[in-house]
Design a protein around this ligand. Structure first.
Ligand SMILES: [Cu+2]
Length: 126
């Protein structure tokens, strides 16, 4: 791997310090194990996911930050055996580390109206 520019690593260090400090105080701190996972925000609204296409790398842990802009929805990723309820006004997080490459469908699995059946997106793992 190439070394990131110094301003990036400095920024990352500051970010990690900001995240780690409150955790350490609460006694929940973990030993540093590489860079913090990337966060990807996916928002749902009748009847689509934004973005509808998400690209991940195999073996790279990510945090999916999920929310709904209108009604109760579901986020289901059957190929990775994971799902979440998306409740208006709340943010749900799912941690995943894709262990296979390919194109996988994510979909809404909570009936949310007339366009529910077509509400899906694509996860591309390379
Ligand atoms: Cu739905």
């Amino acid at each position: 791997m190439t070394k990131p520019p110094s301003f990036l690593s400095k920024r990352r260090t500051m970010l990690m310090a900001a995240v780690a400090a409150p955790l350490a105080v609460a006694g929940l701190g973990r030993a540093a194990a590489g860079p913090a996972p990337k966060t990807i925000r996916i928002s749902a609204k009748k009847f689509q996911f934004i973005p509808a296409e998400v690209k991940l790398k195999r073996g790279e842990e990510v945090i999916l930050e999920l929310s709904t802009q209108d009604v109760l929805m579901g986020f289901s990723l059957p190929d990775f055996k994971t799902r979440a309820d998306l409740v208006p006004g709340k943010t749900q997080t799912l941690r995943i580390t894709p262990d296979k490459t390919g194109e996988f469908v994510f979909l809404c699995d909570v009936f949310c109206g007339s366009g529910h059946e077509d509400m899906s997106g694509k996860l591309i793992v390379t």
